[in-house]
Design a protein around this ligand. Sequence first.
Ligand code: SF4
Ligand code: SF4
Length: 129
Amino acid sequence: MSIDLIKSVYYELSSYFIPKKIKYKIEGECNKCGNCCREIRAEGLRNEKELKFMQLIFPHYKRFFITGKDENNNIILSCKYLNNNGECSVYDNRPKLCRDYPKKSISLNLAMPDGCGYKVIKKEFKDYL
Ligand code: SF4
Ligand code: SF4
């Protein structure tokens, strides 16, 4: 098992049990483009075998399937519940990781999907005063 895969398991688990430490502020709003459900960069996951491992531990990952790889060799996922209008077809029952998106935690990758209406701004020291 790779270190990155262990980190992915840790981050997923910690999102349930460790209170979020806000490090970013997020501005803007969702324009319902659907790209965050269509092009999910699965940081730390490299292949089908690792995705299957995550699906075994976290059954809500079973909704995701691989569509490609990013420049860092992470797999890119899409969700089978995204409908043709770019909407979530299970919105009221979507998992925590979808409800929390975009996360304001330290693990948030600063890059948002293309076309996203949100902008992530790293907080400065003065923001905590
Ligand atoms: S990528 Fe951003 S704007 Fe598009 S659906 Fe997701 S959160 Fe909304
Ligand atoms: S369950 Fe809904 S919100 Fe979550 S990734 Fe799938 S389509 Fe998007």
